[in-house]
Write a new protein. Structure first.
Ligand code: NDP
Ligand code: 3PG
Length: 488
């Protein structure tokens, strides 16, 4: 068992300049489990002075870290991957307690994160600079050459959401570090204990002093100060569109990479394999109780096959196991907070009040919303447009492909879409017209594998993540131009 540093009252410390520091003021935030409301621990609510210290340490450490050979930076990532695998059960259990993610998905999150680290270390070693020779522009000749290498940006501020505290922190930290940046990590408050376990792993893996630091505290209190801090050179944020837009409005002249909310549609054509579509839709919509940005959040089905598809979906929804996240069979877990459950209930009620047909669920116990399937959802209902971040799936029946594309594109979001059909020509034609970052043909919407580009358009994000893409986003080209004087 490895120890994450905390005091006798179970208050965790922050990683600052290579050591673990308690709150200087004694101001802390208590973390309770969404499963049963039990107290799990506390984290410091850091002050602006404490944040300044973190930023100064990251800035100072960057000078040495960027000169550290790539092979040494990559070794830290490889070692962290090894340690994560070694401690995956312990870390997964912390995830289960803190964010009520079912045990199978929690273990998968840790394993996936270890793979992410290994792949990032390798990808960085494959990246190359380039050389360009001057050409046709008037006044320039072949005596002029630009040697282009990649430079780190400085200090990256990483802000991660509650639903993947380990994985979505690492997807920012690893590409930033391997690119020669230092990192200040602001974890989600509900999820900060899991994240501090991850940071301890990095420390054990040999990350040098000041290279990876943490700032705990509520985003609503300390967030704006951190985001607008003069020593932050890049912001990598995953979270809600509302907060993302706020950060974009206050962070002037700082490059941003943001993955935000979604309302991913699964479009099902009349020639689709309906069994395959139904399995994908149910696992896409309900895993971790729908608390995934890429969850299938609406089905747009050709009315000719609507009844058959709905019957198949319902059969699977009825079998979803609701309950204890520590049980390997559980899929439907308590939502992260009662406010989230209230919001999901509100959307369900609105749909039912306006004529939606409840086929499954519609029941709540504490923060657990039973898997809910609502048929005959129309464009007047909020559920057609808003992101529930909970286990509720609306079915919208459409008369043809054009109507499906119109409704899919009318969303403010543009993360992903699925198209289920056996006609590959149609699939590509529809994919071309959908305003999203990724179209999945005959598969649920999902982020992985993690070396694919992952991005949202419209209100779903800015910039592109994915291993190589993230390294590129957190480094910049540096051009050194050679001018040959005696050019023959
Ligand atoms: N597209 C994608 O890849 C993903 C998108 N999401 C989206 O995220 C949402 C759910 O995640 P959730 O964690 O609730 O999202 P939030 O936007 O509430 O929080 C995300 C992070 O931002 C922090 N934060 C809040 N306010 C500020 C601020 N003013 N300045 C700086 N940081 C701040 C939060 O801290 P604190 O916890 O202290 O409030 C947390 O660490 C959903 O909308 C979902 O779609 C989630 C995962 C992936
Ligand atoms: O945080 C999220 O919701 C993710 O970025 C989605 O990842 P997943 O598709 O692998 O669950």
């Amino acid at each position: 068992m490895f120890q994450v540093i905390r005091d006798k009252d179970n208050c965790y410390y922050n990683s600052v300049d290579g050591s673990w520091k308690p709150s200087r003021t004694g101001k802390t935030i208590k973390i309770f489990s969404p499963i049963d409301g039990q107290f799990i621990g506390m984290v410091p609510s850091m002050t602006t002075e404490e944040v300044d210290e973190v930023m100064a340490s990251a800035k100072a450490a960057q000078k040495t870290w960027k000169e550290t050979p790539l092979i040494e930076r990559a070794k830290v990532l490889n070692q962290a991957a090894f340690l994560l695998r070694e401690h995956k059960e312990e870390i997964a259990k912390v995830l289960v307690r803190e964010i009520a993610k079912d045990i199978k998905s929690s273990i998968a999150e840790v394993e996936r994160t270890a793979d992410f680290l290994l792949f990032t270390a390798d990808a960085a070693k494959q990246m190359k600079g380039e050389m360009l020779q001057a050409d046709a522009f008037p006044g320039y000749g072949t005596n002029k050459m630009s040697f282009i290498s990649r430079e780190p940006l400085g200090t990256v501020l990483a802000i991660s959401p509650f639903n993947y505290p380990v994985n979505l922190s690492t997807s920012k930290i690893a590409p930033a570090l391997v690119g020669g940046n230092t990192v200040v990590l602001k974890p989600p408050t509900q999820g900060s204990i899991s994240t501090l376990h991850l940071v301890r792993i990095f420390e054990m893996a040999g990350v040098p002093k000041g290279v990876l630091n943490t700032v705990t505290g509520r985003g609503s209190e300390i967030g704006d100060y951190v985001v607008t801090h003069k020593d932050v050179d890049f912001i990598n944020f995953t979270g809600s569109t509302e907060i993302g837009q706020h950060l974009a409005s206050i962070s002037t002249m700082k490059p941003l990479l943001m993955e935000l909310g979604g309302k991913d549609a699964a479009i099902v054509l009349d020639d689709a394999d309906l069994d395959w579509a139904a399995s994908n839709i149910v696992s896409g919509a309900f895993s971790y109780s729908g608390q995934r940005c890429t969850a299938v959040k609406r089905v747009l089905v050709d009315e000719k096959v609507g009844d058959t598809l709905v019957e198949k979906i319902k059969e699977k929804v009825d079998k979803l196991v609701v309950g204890d996240p520590f049980d390997e069979k559980t899929v439907i877990v308590p939502l992260i907070s009662s406010a989230s459950a209230d919001f999901v209930e509100e959307l369900i009620k609105d749909a039912l009040d306006k004529g939606g047909k409840l086929l499954a669920g519609g029941k709540r116990e504490g923060n657990t919303i039973y898997p809910t399937l609502i048929d005959h959802v129309t464009e007047e209902m909020r559920l057609a447009w808003e992101e529930p971040f909970g286990p509720v799936l609306p079915i919208i029946r459409v008369k043809d492909i054009d109507e499906a594309i119109r409704i899919a594109n009318e969303s403010e979001y543009g993360l992903q879409s699925s198209v289920f059909t056996k006609n590959i020509d149609k699939a590509f034609g529809i994919a071309r017209r959908l305003e999203v970052g990724t179209v999945q043909i005959n598969n649920k919407t999902e982020r992985g594998p993690d070396h694919f580009p992952f991005l949202g358009v419209k209100s779903s994000g800015m910039g592109t993540q994915g291993i190589r893409y993230s390294i590129e986003a957190m480094t910049r080209p540096k051009a050194t131009v050679l001018n040959l004087i005696d050019h023959i």
